[in-house]
Design a binder for this molecule. Sequence first.
Ligand SMILES: [Zn+2]
Length: 134
Amino acid sequence: MSSVAREWREIPGRYNLEGSKCGCCGQVYFPRRDFCPKCRRDGIGKVSPYKIDRSGEIFSFSIVYESPECNSFLKPYAVALVKTGDGALVAGQLVDVDLEKISIGMPVRAVLRKLDADGASGVIHYGFKFAPAL
Ligand SMILES: [Zn+2]
């Protein structure tokens, strides 16, 4: 019961890349937060939902050769921290990319992909991953 509720709460962020933006300093956050650590008191009540730019560039990345059992079919794979066009830092897996060719500053875009399937409940999770921008 509680896991279903959590699933629903996470859907807006996972499907639409919904974060939040501080109306005081303009900083964009993902995942969303209700409080701006930069503005502190001044930002209270001014942070609102914000749709993150789906394009950005690789800020940092690492190649994963060993992974937990649940992801072992993927390895090796790359995980990147992507700086979006609006300045948010979003972590995600890189897909459709030659691992040898990944570099800092490489343009990428968010794509909706299957994340995993929960065998017990049959729930298939989708979420964002990043692919090279053409
Ligand atoms: Zn702020």
